[in-house]
Design a protein around this ligand. Structure first.
Ligand code: 5GP
Length: 344
């Protein structure tokens, strides 16, 4: 047993220090980024924010709107080849990732989807625990089979595994264990890593090898997204912040005059019952089921998010999103904001 003494930080533990800036307006800020991926060799350009592959978030309808902003969507694992065929290629094929688990059935499904929808450029290999040898083997198998696709792999939270997955063929590493809004992994297992530190450490490890990282989970407001980019994230993935919108396709629930939408973790009992016929006896649920406020169409939320991000850039003097980590100085804080009028 050993204890690491240096403090690891979450988004809520820091704020960004404002700095002198020559920017006159938020309009001058460029949120677009261009990347060339390490193993696929593919180039990508867009606003590097993505929808999580969660029910109510990673839908075709969501992807259709997000692509208008240059954003990406990792689609839910439950979409089959015929769902992709029915939708056809989106106007920006760079805007969609097909998601898969690591079972033989998952691999068969992935092959079927890619055989029919060759336009897909991104494959998101997504498991709760990216530390198993089987996961690394699966990443390698997918890389061999699809040398020119861009592979997203995760989730991990440490430099060693970030590098291992990049060396086994992944292009983009998904970072986050336990920070998610409907995640109970830390309660059920005691395992996790404060997200800001995880992003800083994994980004540092990935960038040295020419890889990229996604900060996945734990963003509750546009300020958290800005902090993730400031910490070195190349992409930020959102679940809860994009939940509760029309495009998610969830059912509206009316209680006491308030409209709400059910939202649940993909390892929750709700999801396991829906997709796998129940929670297997040997495991427990590691996700919550909640009712989130209904927020209408996604466009307002996206504009609010991008507006916040532009504003961050003007506060710290970053002309482009690329400059944000260079301009970011985090200060550790004991409190974040004044919540006197916020209903508890
Ligand atoms: P959020 O943006 O809601 O804070 O986090 C979204 C992320 O939470 C997802 O991209 C995924 O990595 C993670 N997640 C989704 N469902 C579950 C779950 O049931 N359990 C756990 N541990 N994590 C989940």
């Amino acid at each position: 047993m050993r204890i690491e003494q240096d403090i690891k930080l979450d988004y809520k533990d820091v704020l960004l220090r404002p700095k002198r800036s020559t920017l006159k307006s938020r309009m001058e800020v460029d949120l677009n980024r261009s990347y060339t991926f390490k193993n696929s060799g593919l180039a990508w350009n867009g606003v590097p924010i993505m929808a999580a592959n969660m029910d109510g978030v990673g839908t075709f309808a969501m992807a259709q709107i997000l692509q208008q902003y240059g954003m990406l969507s990792c689609l839910v694992k439950s979409y089959r080849a015929h769902d992709y065929k029915k939708q056809g290629a989106p106007s920006k094929s760079q805007s969609i990732a097909v998601s898969t688990g690591t079972s033989n059935a998952d691999f068969d499904n992935l092959q079927e989807i890619l055989a029919q929808s060759e336009w897909l450029q991104f494959i998101c290999i997504d498991v709760a625990n990216g530390y198993s040898e089987h996961f690394g083997d699966f990443v390698e198998k997918v890389r061999i089979q699809y040398p020119t696709k861009t592979l997203i792999a995760g989730n991990v939270v440490t430099a060693d595994m970030t590098q291992e997955l990049l060396l086994r063929g992944a292009d983009i590493i998904k970072v986050g264990i336990g920070p998610g809004s409907v995640c109970t992994t830390r309660i059920q297992t005691g395992v996790g890593y404060p997200q800001l530190s995880a992003v800083i450490e994994c980004a540092d490890a990935a960038h040295g090898l020419g890889g990229h990282v996604i900060a996945d989970g734990g963003c509750t407001c546009p300020g958290d997204v800005a902090k993730a980019f400031g910490a070195g994230a190349d992409f930020v993935m959102l679940g809860g912040m994009l939940a509760g919108h029309d495009e998610g396709g969830g059912q509206l629930i009316k209680t006491d005059g308030n409209k709400r939408v059910e939202f649940y973790g993909m390892s929750s009992e709700t999801a396991m019952t829906l997709h796998h016929g129940g929670v297997a006896e040997y495991r427990s649920s590691e996700g919550r089921t909640v009712k989130v406020p209904y927020k209408g169409g996604i466009k307002n939320t996206v504009q609010d998010l991008l507006g916040g991000l532009r504003s961050t850039c003007t506060y710290v003097g970053a002309r482009t999103l690329k400059d944000l980590p260079k301009c970011a100085t985090f200060i550790r804080v004991n409190s974040q904001y004044n919540d006197v009028w916020v209903r508890k």
